[in-house]
Design a binder for this molecule. Structure first.
Ligand code: SF4
Ligand code: SF4
Length: 362
């Protein structure tokens, strides 16, 4: 039995898949949209208005690198005029003083800057972009000088976890209010690079110890969010707060998705905002309805006391590891596939694979 449909909380707009960086864990799909297929400014503004009309509170501008779009300030201004909280999720390598001033003037509320390490040697190697780290440090200073809220996104994995303490120190020095320490989630590019990224159990335990100690030491100074890797979990996360319950994603070419990796699921048709309104897709699209609520679940999820807590975990991960998008997420210890997932983590984290398949448009 599904509860009545509530308004979504947030919309994530992938304005473009273009990006100067090549992160090997990028959440974009392997088949990236091209510039010529991107929605134009007028369509994005209509989409923002429609999303505000169905009750979203937050507009997240993402990519790729959203700053490659010259209309970003215009879109931010429009979102603010619609009463939305605006957040820019950026690599920050294109954020200079003039563009910061434009975005602040447009009413941008918050900036999230991704960091790939604590120093240039590690960070630039992971990003596949020379001088990226230095540019990010400069951009973080510009964000604070403009008076905007700043979060650092620290995506951690086997090849940068030794710098976790230094990354937390860097967030304090940069004047960030929050750092999100997020272990890589293995979809898309990250799944392709899993053997080079997945941490050992010992690394995970040390990271958890560092985060716990830093939370105590930095209480009142820095908020630390911590996302653990599913491969070592006993229970899954409520992926996206549950399929099509709180969030949706719009791709550069206008497909509306319940999560950024949803296009990996075969047999689902993702409708375009150029053909149907945001509200109609949210309420009636067959892809959104497919895994919404608990009615679709089979045992062991069906009837489980946690069914409305974790919503059965991640559909994309269930598909990637079991071949069945309707299966219990193997991150759950009650899944018949859990032991296989745990064995994969042990085998691949011990493998001597260090080379990345960098993210790029083919
Ligand atoms: S994860 Fe890296 S490559 Fe992907 S969009 Fe962000 S900065 Fe660009
Ligand atoms: S069986 Fe399903 S609902 Fe229960 S804890 Fe596992 S994933 Fe969550």
């Amino acid at each position: 039995m599904n509860a009545p449909l509530s308004p979504p909380l947030a919309m994530l707009m992938e304005l473009t898949h273009r990006c100067p960086l090549k992160c090997p864990y990028c959440s974009n799909p392997l088949a990236l949209d091209r510039a010529r297929d991107e929605l134009d400014t007028a369509t994005w503004k209509r989409v923002i208005s429609e999303a505000a009309g169905i009750g979203i509170l937050q507009a997240h501008f993402s990519g790729g690198e959203p700053m490659v779009r010259s209309d970003l300030p215009e879109l931010v201004r429009h979102a603010r005029a619609e009463g939305l909280y605006t957040n820019l999720i950026t690599s920050a390598v294109l954020l200079n003083a003039a563009r910061m001033a434009e975005l602040a003037d447009a009413g941008l509320d918050h900036v999230q800057i991704s960091f790939q390490g604590a120093d240039a040697a590690v960070a630039d190697h992971v990003a596949g972009f020379r001088d990226a780290h230095e540019k990010k440090l400069t951009a973080a200073r510009l964000v604070r000088e403009a008076g905007l809220a700043l979060t650092l996104n620290a995506v951690v994995h086997r090849q940068n976890l030794h710098q976790l303490s230094a990354m937390i120190d860097l967030a304090v020095e940069a004047g960030a209010q929050r750092i999100e320490v997020a272990h890589v989630q293995y979809y898309g590019w990250a799944l392709k690079n899993r053997a080079a990224l997945i941490p050992t159990r010992a690394q995970l335990d040390e990271a958890t110890r560092i985060v716990t100690a830093a939370r105590a030491n930095l209480a009142g100074t820095l908020t630390i969010d911590y996302v653990v890797p599913d491969y070592y979990a006993a229970r899954p996360k409520a992926c996206m707060g549950g399929w099509a319950r709180q969030f949706f994603n719009i791709t550069p070419s206008g497909k509306m998705l319940p999560c950024h990796a949803a296009e990996t699921l075969p047999g689902l048709v993702f409708e375009r905002v150029t053909e149907r309104s945001v509200g109609e897709i949210w309420a009636h699209s067959s892809a959104f309805e497919k895994y919404r609520g608990t009615g679709w679940m089979a045992p062991p999820c069906q009837g489980c006391a946690r069914a409305e807590i974790d919503w059965g975990g991640c559909r994309c991960q269930a598909l990637a590891l079991t071949g069945d998008a309707g299966a219990t997420d193997p991150a759950c210890g009650l899944s018949p596939d859990h032991a296989m997932m745990a064995a994969l983590a042990i085998a691949e984290s011990g493998a001597a694979v260090d080379d990345f398949a960098y993210r790029m448009i083919s």
